[in-house]
Write a protein that binds this ligand. Structure first.
Ligand code: TYM
Length: 326
């Protein structure tokens, strides 16, 4: 069962990335699990070239600190394998303008921009290439990636229909809780680094005081009871998802335990649990970033392992698509 997923090195990782995706990756590690820092995707929006390489290494360090073990899975950097771009081109010949135009992430990210790169438009095809290049069965992601995985499936099926059975059609794996962690200041919007204020987004590397302040000033709902009700209590429900994610306890148990404790006590408990959960990740991260040469060596080894899987798949696709063998 091959597993593949990716994360952008766009600044620091937040609790949404962690609870919606990365913490699940940790539990899905085995020799056929492949995780990728998608630096090429990060170039599709305006970015600082002087910082990208450093962010890429730091993102890899944080993934390892969060529990990915490069000996048990494959961890590598997307741009180290040109095969991703090569397959992306071939798949662009199968994907259509109409389906890419329907991608909500393209519309959201493009909105209000003076000019939008072509890469932002074709972004989901590169993502499809990432996944299909590894004969992937399962793609563990947060809820916001659902549409991109659907597109990947559509493109793979169309390719197979046209050129014969060539690509494995993957399934997404979306966790029952944590798939959609919301902004603490605006529980109608998903937690994201690009929100207007950073107060609603807990970063994995925030210090204990900052985490506590952000969680204690989270927007709550009318009423006093701690209940999981996405319609009536989106703020409290979000905090329950976060508490469940970091403690591993079911939401129903937590809602029962804190039902009458009052919002203040409940928020303090969430803040303490998050701080406690992040502390070992942060200290491991501090150790890892102190040795960038070691991280680079781990990523080079990961790229070798990824290449061994990707090359034969790409060769199969090129043959099926009618390209002359070189
Ligand atoms: P990215 O870098 O935006 O996010 C990485 C992962 O974090 C999840 N996520 C969330 N989950 C719950 N609540 C949130 N508020 C939240 N915010 C982010 C995302 O769903 C994702 O799983 N396009 C992808 C990267 C990518 C990829 C791939 C993923 C490129 N190629 C191939 C899977 C397979 C992205 O931008 O994720």
């Amino acid at each position: 069962m091959r597993v593949f997923s990716g994360i952008q090195p766009s600044g620091e990782m937040h609790l949404g990335n962690y609870l919606g995706a990365v913490s699940n990756w940790v539990g899905m590690q085995h020799e056929d699990a492949v995780f990728c820092v998608v630096d090429l995707h990060a170039m599709s929006m305006p970015y600082d070239a002087a910082e990208l390489a450093d962010r890429t290494v730091r993102t890899a360090a944080l993934l390892i600190a969060a529990g990915l073990d490069p000996d048990r899975c494959t961890l590598f950097v997307q741009s180290h394998l040109p095969e991703h771009c090569e397959l992306s081109w071939i798949l662009q010949c199968t994907a259509t303008m109409g389906e890419l135009n329907r991608m909500t992430q393209f519309k959201d990210k493009g909105r209000g921009q003076e000019s939008v790169s072509t890469a932002l438009f074709t972004y989901p095809v590169l993502q499809a290439a990432d996944i299909l290049l590894y004969d992937t069965d399962q793609v563990p992601v947060g809820d916001d990636q659902r549409q991109h995985i659907e597109l990947t499936r559509d493109v793979a099926q169309r390719f197979n229909g046209r050129y014969g059975d060539t690509l494995v059609v993957p399934e997404h794996v979306i966790p029952p809780t944590g798939a959609r962690i919301m902004d603490l200041q605006n529980p109608q919007a998903k937690m994201s680094k690009s929100a207007d204020t950073s107060a609603g987004c807990v970063l994995l590397l925030d210090d204990a005081r900052t985490v506590t302040k952000k969680i204690k000033s989270a927007v709550t709902d009318s009423g006093r009871e701690v209940e999981h009700d996405l319609e009536a209590k989106p703020g409290i429900s979000n905090l329950l998802s976060i508490l469940s994610g970091v403690t591993g306890r079911p939401i129903a148990d937590l809602a029962a335990e804190y039902h009458t404790s009052g919002y203040g006590t409940f928020k303090s408990a969430v803040a303490d649990a998050v701080v406690e959960h992040l502390a070992p990740i942060q200290s491991r991260y501090a150790e890892l970033v102190g040795d960038p040469a070691q991280l680079r060596a781990l990523l080079a080894h990961g790229a070798d392992k990824a290449r061994a899987v990707a090359r034969p798949v790409l060769a199969r696709v090129k043959t099926a698509a009618g390209l002359l063998a070189g």
